[in-house]
Structures are given as structure tokens and as C-alpha cells.
Ligand binder design. Structure first.
Ligand SMILES: NC(=O)c1ccc[n+]([C@@H]2O[C@H](COP(=O)([O-])OP(=O)(O)OC[C@H]3O[C@@H](n4cnc5c(N)ncnc54)[C@H](OP(=O)(O)O)[C@@H]3O)[C@@H](O)[C@H]2O)c1
Length: 285
């Protein structure tokens, strides 16, 4: 189970100071790939991981030339951040990204699949009624939120397997695949309905991730697959739907990612296959 998880959020500066003492030694030679890092939670994951001395990061996004904040981080990273093109709806780009990353790094310790869509202006909005469900939205939302992450995990699995040899991944500190899910993907927790495509795509992501976790365990791989719910976070994804969220329940990105990295940092093989909320609690399926 999770060890040392704190519910008490601390500002990033304090967290960084604590990490310099607690985990920096373990960051040397560690490689993380953040899939979907142009903005929102993905960009913040990159920023916080780079604050760890020695940590190397690959940030993927579909249009690197437009990812100006990510490019800025790369410029000041001392070569520890590389940016690779990957569109989760296009398997060729996933394969090409995996080949490019394998040329840069001999292993991966962490893959976080962050990409997710809820709405796209003038194209997709979450369905408030059955009559609004369309094949186009179902197709795009499932491709992005469910198929993309599992195909990305498939493409990078061999690099994650190499963590055992390169950075000593063990049952206590395995390589980790963290897929960004959402509480609304829970069947047990669904009391309001609505948001058909988004909810169902996250439910599908949960099942796909569960299958992967069982396979890795059966094959004795030192890779833990987990599903994370970040809480409601102030990003472009949630922005149009924040008006009924109580201020104390709307996290900023810094806090949200700090909480999620606390969970990821303490993940062992005992956590493999869990569906975990920002506070470390299991979410019912
Ligand atoms: N924010 C919340 O309150 C909340 C709550 C629960 C769960 N989540 C989950 O957390 C994750 C991150 O959400 P967020 O709030 O950070 O969202 P966001 O700010 O809207 O960012 C979404 C990211 O996904 C990328 N993306 C979209 N389609 C893509 C594609 N086809 N290929 C590659 N990248 C693509 C976007 O890149 P572009 O810049 O290229 O568009 C962007 O970097 C999502 O999985 C979401 O479902 C968020």
C-alpha cells in the first residue's frame, strides 16, 4: 500500500527542499515520460519532475512547435528535458515516438499518460442527454482517452521493462505506468449520469489498465500500473464546468501534481492495478 503519503499540501518550494534531502539521490539516472505535456497537468508534471536533481524527462505532445511553455522548460533544463511529437489518436506517431525515445534513453522508470479530452470548442461538448450522443464524439473521446493511453503503454512497455536492469526497479520501487483517469469513470460512483463519452472512455481506460496490471503481475514484471483521479483541477479541461465547484475543492495545478507525485513516488507492486484518488483513497470501480 502507499507509504508516507501526506494529505497536507505544502508549497512547491518546501516540497523541493524536502526532496533535496529525501529523494534526490534516487533521481539520478531516472527517466520519466509525460505523454500530453503541452499544458495543464502534463506541463506541471514536467515542471515538478525537472525540479528533482538528475531527473531526466521526455515530454510528448502532438504539436511541439506550439508548445511554447514546454519549449521554455526545455531551454532551461540543461538538456534534461527532450520534447517528442506524439498524437495519441495516431498509432504511427506513438510508434515513432517510442523509437525516438529508445535512441535517447536505455530505459524508462515512469510513464504518465496525461492526455484527455472532455470538450473541444465547436466540436465536442459533454453530453447532458442521450439525444446528444453522437458517433463522432464517442469515437474521438474514446480514441483520445482510452485507446491512446493503452497503445502508448504498449509501445513503451519494453523500455519500462529495462528499468529493472538499468535503475534497479524492484517490487518496492517498480517502474510505474500512471494513467490519468477520473472519478466519473466509476460505475459504482455514477449517481448523476450525463457526460456519456467522457465517463465511458475513462471506464474503458480503467478496464484496459486493469488488464495490463494483471498481465504484468502474471509475468513477474516490475511495472506497477495505476489509475489516478486528480480531483477537480483548474485547467482548460475543467474551466467551463467550475461554477458549481466549491473553491476549496478546486485545486491549482501545482497542488494537484504535488499530490499525484506523492502517490506515484510511493507506489510499490502492492499498488498494481489500483484506482486511486488524489488523497490516496481507493475509488470503487
Ligand atoms: N482538470 C481536471 O479537473 C481533471 C479531473 C479529472 C481528470 N482529469 C484528467 O487529467 C488529465 C489531464 O487533464 P488536464 O486538466 O490537464 O487537461 P487540459 O489542460 O485540457 O490538457 C489536455 C492535454 O491533452 C493534450 N491532448 C489532447 N488531445 C491530444 C492528442 N490527440 N494527442 C496528444 N495530446 C493531446 C493537450 O494537448 P494540446 O495542447 O495539443 O491540445 C493537452 O496537453 C486528463 O486525462 C483528464 O481527463 C482532469
Amino acid at each position: 500500500m502507499l507509504r508516507g503519503f501526506s494529505r497536507h499540501w505544502r508549497p512547491l518550494a518546501q516540497l523541493q527542499a524536502a526532496r533535496r534531502v529525501a529523494t534526490n539521490a534516487g533521481s539520478a539516472d531516472r527517466v520519466a515520460l509525460i505523454q500530453g505535456s503541452s499544458r495543464g497537468l502534463g506541463l506541471e508534471y514536467v515542471r515538478q519532475l525537472l525540479s528533482r536533481s538528475g531527473q531526466r524527462v521526455v515530454g510528448t505532445c502532438r504539436t511541439p512547435e506550439h508548445a511554447t511553455e514546454l519549449q521554455q522548460l526545455a531551454k532551461t533544463s540543461g538538456g534534461r528535458l527532450t520534447i517528442v511529437r506524439l498524437d495519441v489518436t495516431d498509432e504511427q506517431t506513438i510508434q515513432a515516438a517510442a523509437e525516438e525515445v529508445a535512441e535517447q534513453h536505455e530505459h524508462l522508470d515512469l510513464l504518465i499518460n496525461v492526455t484527455g479530452i472532455l470538450h473541444i470548442p465547436d466540436k465536442i461538448s459533454p453530453e447532458t442527454a442521450l439525444s446528444r450522443v453522437t458517433p463522432e464524439a464517442l469515437d474521438m473521446v474514446f480514441k483520445t482517452n482510452a485507446f491512446g493511453p493503452i497503445l502508448t503503454a504498449k509501445a513503451f512497455a519494453s523500455l519500462l521493462e529495462k528499468a529493472e536492469k538499468r535503475s534497479g526497479a524492484s517490487s518496492e520501487r517498480p517502474a510505474v505506468i500512471a494513467n490519468m483517469s477520473a472519478r466519473v469513470g466509476s460505475l459504482a460512483d455514477n449517481r448523476l449520469g450525463g457526460w456519456y463519452s467522457y465517463r465511458a472512455s475513462k471506464t474503458a481506460l480503467n478496464q484496459l489498465t486493469k488488464c495490463m496490471s494483471l498481465e504484468f503481475a502474471r509475468k513477474h514484471r516490475k511495472i506497477a500500473s495505476i489509475l489516478l483521479h486528480p480531483g477537480t483541477v483548474d485547467t482548460g479541461l475543467s474551466e467551463p464546468y467550475q461554477k458549481n465547484v466549491q473553491p476549496e475543492k478546486l485545486f491549482n495545478r501545482e497542488r494537484a501534481v504535488q499530490q499525484l507525485l506523492s502517490i506515484i513516488d510511493s507506489t510499490s507492486m502492492k499498488d498494481n492495478g489500483r484506482y486511486i484518488a488524489w488523497d490516496g483513497q481507493d475509488i470503487p470501480w
